[in-house]
Design a protein around this ligand. Structure first.
Ligand code: M6R
Length: 612
């Protein structure tokens, strides 16, 4: 959460940072601000609302700067307001700081500073840390860098901080623990940001800063140190991402673009790995650890949100194809309970961003207990990718819309290949079934494309039901997690209350909600549960619920039970979720836009949840 960006170099710093903030806005958008440093003069400008509100506020001001840091906020401590927006200024007015994360022991430090006579102008933990740093610098008569190091040894929590000091006209000091930071290396210039999107048109050479590292960044110098003041050699990596990947490309919203990209993102995920005609799956992360994976006494899957739903589908896949017991855990629960993790257990971590705080901490805990971590991650080079012992990227490209879409289908494709490969090596799947599923999986991109051609049908359904107060999503087997995902998508971007349930479990409670005003979405594709699901549809129809069904081409029964239906191509039930989720993504999208909601930036949410 929160996006941070910084620039030091020969360009005008403000436009670089402002453009960067717009690209990072998906990380938080309740307020934003910049600190500009020009000829030893530091100025701070901030505004409640989106980055566009800040931009307007800046019209007519002197924006000349060699150095700038900027922040777009997702509030944790203190309501969204001008005064709580970052950057914050220290008591002396000489030091400005932006922060992504949470300082957990800020109240104690605030008390200590208050006792010394400090007053605060915001409700944030950030302002406390900033003044703590300045206080240390003044009392110890040390460099800013040293003061930051001393302060960070005292704080608990997560942070990525960027600081500029009026007396250091070309230097940004940055540090991270638990919140991401990447530094772009240009010719005589440096860029700093939460991810590489703010600067990919300037440079593809990057350094991912690690936890407990401090970066001293000048236009032509980058020094990395650990908190023990020892120099660390920066590991420079080459980015493989183009500007077009982070632009809307003619679509009204990133979410729509990302939904429509799925035929190619799924194809990219399978490309070079799955060869249906040769009957092979090439995944080095699996081949290199196949003994560990196939002999695992159990597999635990750890994730949050949509990624957790992908994990639930994987539970069905892995148990069926590999006969290994699987548990799917919410990272936020796993990290605080006392889970039993034994040496040899395999943990699959699923994350689009690779930066979700709860998932990271849960993995660190599992790793300490000797578990083997396999990461299924979209963001290349992200923290979870680096924590994992092995892994497979989803290759969906940057996902900017807050609602996860193409990352989910990419996760399902990777998890399906994993289950197939492990099952084949373990001998728990017949060769015939294995080969059939390879063909099924390789047909998915084309089938998704054919679903998208009929997106207008979903738009018509959305128009009809957009004013409902509640929705129920029901599915069984592989489609139960899809029901959960459909409900989550709708909630997130239309603000309509929605619940996902196993279709049969509905009669143990939620059926009480059913009347002639309740739309009930059935994911009723042709699979081994189909007849049972049709019975569940009858039960809803008997209570006058309005049925919207996602069915398989050629189904002659479900349309008669449905008020509206949408038909998708036939597919094996193991790969069907990759198809059946697509109309639900579209339904959420169209309901959201018909209700006038900014679907790429729905209220209260942020793309990357880097606080617990
Ligand atoms: O980046 P991650 O996959 O770890 O994120 C997990 C969730 O925060 C994420 O899936 C969230 O639920 C999305 N907004 C869902 O659309």
């Amino acid at each position: 959460m929160c996006g941070i960006v910084g620039y030091t170099g020969p360009r005008q710093a403000y436009p670089v940072v402002l453009k960067g903030l717009k690209r990072l806005e998906y990380r938080g958008y309740d307020s934003s601000g910049v600190a500009l440093l020009h000829n030893g003069k530091l100025s701070v400008h901030k505004k409640k609302g989106k980055v566009a509100d800040l931009e307007e506020e800046m019209i007519g001001k002197d924006l000349t700067a060699q150095i700038a840091i900027g922040h777009t906020r997702w509030a944790t401590h203190g309501e969204p307001s001008d005064r709580n927006a970052h950057p914050h200024l220290s008591a002396s007015g000489k030091l400005a700081m932006i922060h992504n994360g949470i300082i957990e022991n800020y109240a104690l430090i605030k008390q200590e500073l208050s006792n010394k006579g400090y007053t605060f102008h915001s409700d944030t933990d950030t302002e406390v840390l900033l003044n703590f740093i300045e206080d240390i610098q003044q009392n110890n008569n040390c460099s800013l860098e040293e003061a930051i190091r001393i302060a960070l040894k005292r704080v608990t929590g997560a942070y990525c901080i960027l600081l500029v000091h009026q007396d250091n006209p070309d230097t940004i000091i940055a540090a991270r623990k638990g919140s991401p930071l990447v530094i772009g290396i240009g010719k005589g210039e440096h860029f700093l940001a939460s991810d590489a999107s703010p600067f990919i048109e300037y440079t593809k050479e990057v350094v991912y800063v690690n936890d407990y590292e401090l970066a001293i960044v000048k236009p032509d110098e980058l020094i990395l140190k650990n908190l023990g003041n020892e120099k660390v050699t920066p590991y420079i990596q080459q980015l493989d991402i183009e500007l077009a990947a982070i632009e809307k490309g003619g679509y009204d919203h990133f979410m729509l673009k990302e939904i429509f990209e799925q035929p190619s993102t799924i194809y990219d995920c399978l490309r070079g790995r799955l060869d249906a005609s040769a009957g092979t799956i090439t995944m080095s992360g699996i081949s290199e650890h196949i003994e560990q994976l196939k002999n695992a006494p159990r597999i635990m899957i750890i994730a949050c949100g949509t990624s957790w739903h992908a994990g639930l589908v994987a539970e069905y896949m892995i148990e069926e194809l590999c006969r290994i017991p699987v548990e799917v855990e919410y990272a936020s629960e796993f990290r605080y309970r006392n889970p039993i993790v034994n040496k040899g257990d395999v943990i699959i971590a699923i994350s689009q961003s690779g930066e979700t705080a709860d998932t990271i901490v849960a993995l660190e805990k599992a790793k300490e207990n000797g578990a083997f971590i396999f990461g299924v991650v979209n963001a290349v080079g992200s923290s979870i990718a680096r924590i994992s012992h092995a892994g497979a990227y989803t290759h969906a490209g940057p996902e900017i819309g807050v609602a996860s879409t193409k990352a989910f289908t990419g996760q399902l494709a990777v998890l399906c290949m994993m289950a197939l490969k492990i099952g084949m090596k373990k001998g728990t799947i017949s060769e015939e079934r294995y080969k059939k599923l390879l063909v099924e999986l390789s047909d998915v991109p084309e089938k998704v494309a054919s679903i998208l051609k009929n997106a207008d049908e979903i738009k018509t359904i959305a128009e009809k039901y957009k004013d409902a107060n509640d929705f129920l999503f029901l599915g069984r087997g592989y489609n139960f997690p899809v029901a959960l995902e459909g409900a989550l998508k709708l909630k997130e971007i239309s603000y309509i209350h929605a619940e996902g349930y196993p279709a049969a479990e509905m009669k143990h409670g939620p059926i009480a909600l059913v009347d002639d005003t309740l739309p009930v979405v059935f994911i009723a594709t042709k699979d081994s549960y189909h007849e049972k699901v049709v019975s569940n549809m009858q039960e809803i129809k008997a209570r006058k619920g309005m049925i919207i069904s996602i069915i398989t081409d050629g189904d002659t029964v479900s349309p008669g039970l449905s008020n509206d239906y949408f038909s998708i191509p036939e597919a094996d039930e193991i790969v069907a979720p990759i198809l059946s989720v697509v109309p639900l993504q579209l339904l959420a999208y169209y309901v959201g836009i018909l209700k006038g909601i900014d679907v790429d930036k729905p209220r209260n949410l942020a793309k990357s949840v880097t606080v617990e």
